[in-house]
Ligand binder design. Structure first.
Ligand code: GLU
Length: 309
C-alpha cells in the first residue's frame, strides 16, 4: 500500500502496559502520518504462554485508544510451515547447525572473551563439534535447538531514531529445542510476508535488528527500515512491569481513569500535548513529527494500584 507500511506485533502473554501501548501508538503514528497501512500481528508462537483472553484484551485496549489497523491480524501460530520452509532454505545453504548447550553452559562459555561478539552472545560451541561428537549427542536423545551459522558477520543499518547502528551477529537460535520456531525467524518471515516497510518498536529490540537484517538477506527477502523508539521505564528506572503499580488500562480503570486519560498522558510524554490536555488519536496524527520524537526514555511517576475489591 505505502512506502512506510507499519505494524504492531504484540505477544499475547499478558496485558499491554503503558509502555507497550505508547509504542503501539507511535508505530501507528509513523505509518498513518505517512499515509501508509498499519497491520497487526499476533506473536503467539510461544503456545505455552499465549492466551486468547490476553489477545482479546490487547486488541480492545488498542481500539480504546483510537488505534485502528488494516485487515485481519496475522497469527504466528498458524504459520509454522512457512517458518519451516525458511529454515530449510537456510539449511540447504549450509547455515544451520544443531546445538545441545544448556542455558548454564551458554552462560559459562559466553562469559569468556570471544572477539567482536557482544557480551552474552553464543560463542559457537556446538558449531565446532566433530561428526562423532554430534552423533553422540544425537544418540543422547536430548533435543537440539537449531542455530544460524552467522559467520560473525557485521551488519550496519540506519535507524530513524538512533542513526547509524552496527552490530556483529552471533549464532542465534532459529528453532528452539522445544520444537517451536524462534522469534527472530518468525519476525523476519512475517514482516516480509505482510509487506512491512517500516518497523517501529521499542529500543530494547535494537540489538535484535542486525540478526534480523542478516536473516532477511540470507533468505532473499526485502528488509524493512527501522525506528527504535524510547521506552517507558518504571519509577526505579527499570523496564516497566506489573510490580510498578497501575501500568495497564485495566489498572487505571480501577483507579477511575479512562483510556482518554492514558492517551493524554502518552501524548504529553511524547511532547505532543500539554500535560492534562485532552487529545484524540486523530489530533495526534496532525501534530506528529518523527524528527521531533524524544530520544530519552520516559520514567513513569509512581501510581499505586487500586486495592482489590
Ligand atoms: N512480539 C514482540 C514483543 O512483544 C515484538 C516483536 C517486534 O516488534 O519485532 O516484544
Amino acid at each position: 500500500m505505502g512506502a512506510a507500511d507499519g505494524r504492531f506485533a504484540p505477544s499475547p502473554t499478558g496485558a499491554l502496559h503503558l509502555g507497550n501501548l505508547r509504542t503501539a501508538l507511535l508505530a501507528w503514528l509513523f505509518a498513518r502520518s505517512q499515509g501508509s497501512a498499519f497491520l497487526l500481528r499476533i506473536e503467539d508462537i510461544d503456545r505455552g504462554r499465549s492466551r486468547p483472553e490476553h489477545e482479546r484484551r490487547q486488541l480492545e485496549d488498542l481500539r480504546a485508544l483510537g488505534i485502528d489497523w488494516d485487515g485481519e491480524p496475522l497469527r504466528q501460530s498458524t504459520r509454522t510451515e512457512v517458518y519451516r520452509e525458511a529454515l530449510e532454505r537456510l539449511r540447504a545453504d549450509g547455515r544451520v547447525y544443531e546445538c545441545w548447550c544448556t542455558r548454564a553452559e551458554i552462560r559459562e562459555a559466553a562469559s569468556a572473551p570471544h572477539g567482536p561478539l557482544p557480551e552474552g552472545a553464543y560463542p559457537g560451541t556446538c558449531r565446532r563439534l566433530s561428526e562423532a561428537e554430534r552423533a553422540q549427542r544425537r544418540r543422547s536423545g536430548r533435543p537440539a535447538a537449531l542455530r544460524l551459522d552467522a559467520r560473525g558477520e557485521v551488519v550496519t543499518f540506519v535507524d530513524r531514531v538512533h542513526g547509524e547502528v552496527s552490530g556483529a551477529v552471533d549464532d542465534f537460535v532459529l528453532w528452539r529445542a522445544d520444537g517451536a520456531p524462534a522469534y527472530q525467524l518468525a519476525v523476519v518471515v512475517d514482516d516480509a510476508a505482510q509487506g512491512v516497510r517500516e518497523v517501529v518498536r521499542g529500543d530494547d529490540l535494537l540489538d535484535s535488528t542486525p540478526r534480523q537484517l542478516l536473516l532477511a538477506r540470507l533468505l532473499g527477502l526485502e528488509a524493512p527500515r527501522h525506528a527504535h523508539v524510547p521506552l517507558v521505564l518504571g519509577p526505579d528506572g527499570s523496564r516497566l512491569a506489573k510490580r510498578h503499580g497501575a501500568v495497564t488500562l485495566a489498572d487505571l480503570e480501577a483507579l477511575g481513569e479512562t483510556p482518554a486519560d492514558a492517551l493524554s498522558w502518552m501524548a504529553a510524554s511524547l511532547g505532543l500535548a500539554e500535560p492534562g490536555e485532552r487529545v484524540t488519536a486523530a489530533q495526534l496524527l496532525e501534530r506528529f513529527d518523527p524528527e521531533r520524537l524524544p530520544r530519552e526514555p520516559t520514567v513513569l511517576s509512581p501510581r499505586p494500584r487500586a486495592a482489590a475489591r
